[in-house]
Design a protein around this ligand. Structure first.
Ligand SMILES: [Fe+2]
Length: 359
């Protein structure tokens, strides 16, 4: 696609993001935060659409850094406090650092991020242009089913078979866990665009079975599956090839890292399903029907067990049951084939194409 045509699609993606997910309001002060490696076209498109929505736009550029959370520096830290919304464009790692958290918690800064690499290609992608009203309908169907249940079971063709209890009360209310937006509440960080990923925290002590992963954070696609044995909510064995050995080394001696902390899955049939992206296949985690499960820290999602590590693995073709009823069937989110969803998809074209999985 030539650059000009990419621009047309990217504008559509940006409108989707800023109007319906980041929910930019007329008169708001928006800080577009980029790095010295962000694409200028993305900065321009995002800023222009914010202006179109009636917002006042300031652009901030920080130096690119490979450090996980370098923070914004003294000048932009003040800008964070003054802004209503901060939009992260490119590999901007401002989130867990103190100035960003202060702006969010004490000054009500709202934050939304374009999924890395946050380039024109992503903004123009089918995932970014997926109709968000339809997406929210799909998300809501999944939400209702999970919320009304209390037992989850996951299987897959490689041999995954694990069950856990959970509380329906915990599904949905936790920021980051239910990051499907939109939100205009000060201090909200509705998550990454394009959305979305949802999930639940297993009730402590109830997870039992085995997980066999196709991909793992930091490792990409695995040569041999990593097999975790979970007993009463704790991982008791890590088996497999060289990658499993690496995981055993990473986890050695780290407090609470063996805690079975989360089960999540994607909702968007158009996000990039490639699990071989390092360090984290964020888009694959958001792809409809791909499941990820983690051991380690749960406090980031409202859980009570703290560990300094949180390690996610991905399963590409799971079947997920909620109280015995299929939620995902062989990697296909069942809600995508719900008659109500198919009917609603008609507004955007041939439902079979609108709801087709990229895989
Ligand atoms: Fe996770």
């Amino acid at each position: 696609m030539t650059k000009e045509w990419l621009m047309l699609d990217a504008i559509q993606g940006a409108r989707n993001w800023l109007e319906k997910h980041a929910a930019i309001q007329k008169g708001e002060h928006v800080l577009v935060l980029a790095t010295t490696r962000s694409e200028t076209d993305v900065i321009n498109v995002v800023s222009a659409v914010c202006r179109e929505l009636g917002a006042d736009v300031t652009i901030g550029v920080i130096e690119h850094s490979d450090l996980p959370h370098p923070g914004p520096g003294k000048i932009l830290a003040e800008a964070f406090k003054a802004a209503d919304v901060m939009l992260r464009v490119g590999h901007v790692m401002c989130f867990h650092d103190a100035p960003t958290q202060t702006a969010i918690l004490d000054y009500g800064l709202r934050m939304s991020a374009l999924s890395p690499p946050g380039n024109m290609e992503l903004l123009a992608s089918p995932a970014a242009r997926f109709p968000l009203d339809l997406f929210y309908m799909i998300a809501n169907k999944v939400y209702q089913q999970v919320r009304s249940g209390s037992v989850i079971r996951v299987t897959d063709p490689k041999g995954t078979d694990i069950s856990a209890n959970y509380s329906g009360e915990d599904v949905g209310g936790l920021p980051g866990v239910w990051d499907v937006g939109p939100s205009t509440v000060p201090g909200d960080a509705p998550g990454t665009f394009p959305p979305g990923v949802v999930g639940l925290l297993p009730e402590p002590g109830t997870g039992n079975g085995v997980l066999l992963f196709d991909g793992y954070v930091g490792m990409g696609r695995l040569k041999e599956p990593i097999k975790l044995t979970i007993e009463n909510g704790w991982c008791t064995r890590i088996e497999g090839g060289v990658e499993a050995r690496l995981l055993r080394n990473i986890t050695k001696g780290v407090e609470n890292v063996m805690y079975f902390t989360e089960l999540m899955w994607g909702l968007n049939p158009k996000t990039n399903p490639d699990i071989d992206i390092k360090p984290m296949a964020l888009d694959a985690e958001r792809h409809a029907g791909i499941l990820h499960a983690a051991i380690g820290n749960s406090t980031g999602m409202g859980g009570k067990v703290y560990s300094k590590l949180h390690l996610d693995g991905l399963i590409e073709w799971p079947t997920v049951y909620i109280d015995g009823v299929e939620l995902i069937k062989n990697g296909r989110l069942v809600a995508l084939d719900d008659p109500e969803i198919i009917e609603a998809a008609r507004e955007y074209g041939d439902p079979a194409k609108v709801l087709a999985d990229l895989r």
